[in-house]
Structure formats: structure tokens, C-alpha cells
Write a protein that binds this ligand. Structure first.
Ligand code: ZN
Length: 135
């Protein structure tokens, strides 16, 4: 029986406990249905382990935005060699972050649950096809 790799599970936004169930409904750019499930459809883990828990995802999202903003600035400078127009940089940052916002929404929650939630640990015995055994 093969275990699900952590990196694969994070990339595909799978449940941090069983690495099988999806965390989100709908596709990543499927606006309107890009919602986090209340519970893991596979192992029944309640994702929002405390009331308001996902407010903390805002800080993760902020950190992602800062990193992406710096990356966008570096790329913009690399491509255009422009060092005089602040509006070029403001425009590319705002456009880039808007385009990336669904990714930030999703992965800020993934990172929160995988890296910043000591209460949630990977349970290898849940990482299997039989989802009814451990409810
Ligand atoms: Zn699960």
C-alpha cells in the first residue's frame, strides 16, 4: 500500500490528516465554488479546528502576497529593464496579485493546516481507500 507524498498532497490541496480527501470544492479558478469543505470527505476531519481559525490564513496570505509582489517586481524589471516608472510596477503588482488571489486563498489555508497546525498530524492509517473504517 503506497503512502501519499506530503508535497503531492499539499499541491493538490488534500486533507492534511489523511492526504486523500479534498479540502476545496470546485477548481482553483472556478469562481463561486472555490470553497473549503467543513469536513474532510475522506476521514471526516473538521478543518476549522477552532472558531475563526481561518482568520490566521490571512497572515499566511499576506506573506504569500509580499513574496509574490517581490517576485513580480523582479520579473518586471528583468523583462522591461524599466527603473523610472512606478506605475508600471504598481500595475503589474496589482494585476499579478489579482490573478494569483485564488491560489493565495487556497494555499494560505493549505499552509496553515500543514505547517502551522500542530494539532493536525498525518495519520497513515487513514491514508487508504477504505474511508469508512475510522469515523
Ligand atoms: Zn482527511
Amino acid at each position: 500500500m503506497s503512502k501519499t507524498a506530503k508535497s503531492w498532497a499539499m499541491l493538490h490541496a488534500k486533507c492534511p490528516r489523511c492526504r486523500r480527501g479534498a479540502m476545496f470544492s470546485g477548481g482553483i479558478y472556478n469562481f463561486g465554488s472555490n470553497k473549503i469543505f467543513d469536513r474532510c470527505p475522506h476521514c471526516n476531519l473538521y478543518y476549522e479546528i477552532e472558531p475563526g481559525y481561518f482568520y490566521a490564513a490571512m497572515y499566511v496570505s499576506y506573506a504569500l502576497n509580499v513574496m509574490e509582489g517581490l517576485l513580480i517586481v523582479a520579473l518586471t524589471y528583468f523583462i522591461t529593464q524599466n527603473s523610472t516608472s512606478p506605475w508600471l510596477y504598481i500595475g503589474t503588482i496589482l494585476t499579478g496579485l489579482l490573478v494569483l488571489s485564488p491560489i493565495n486563498f487556497r494555499y494560505s489555508r493549505v499552509l496553515l493546516l500543514y505547517w502551522l497546525s500542530p494539532k493536525i498530524n498525518y495519520q497513515p492509517h487513514l491514508d487508504k481507500d477504505d474511508s469508512t473504517a475510522n469515523h
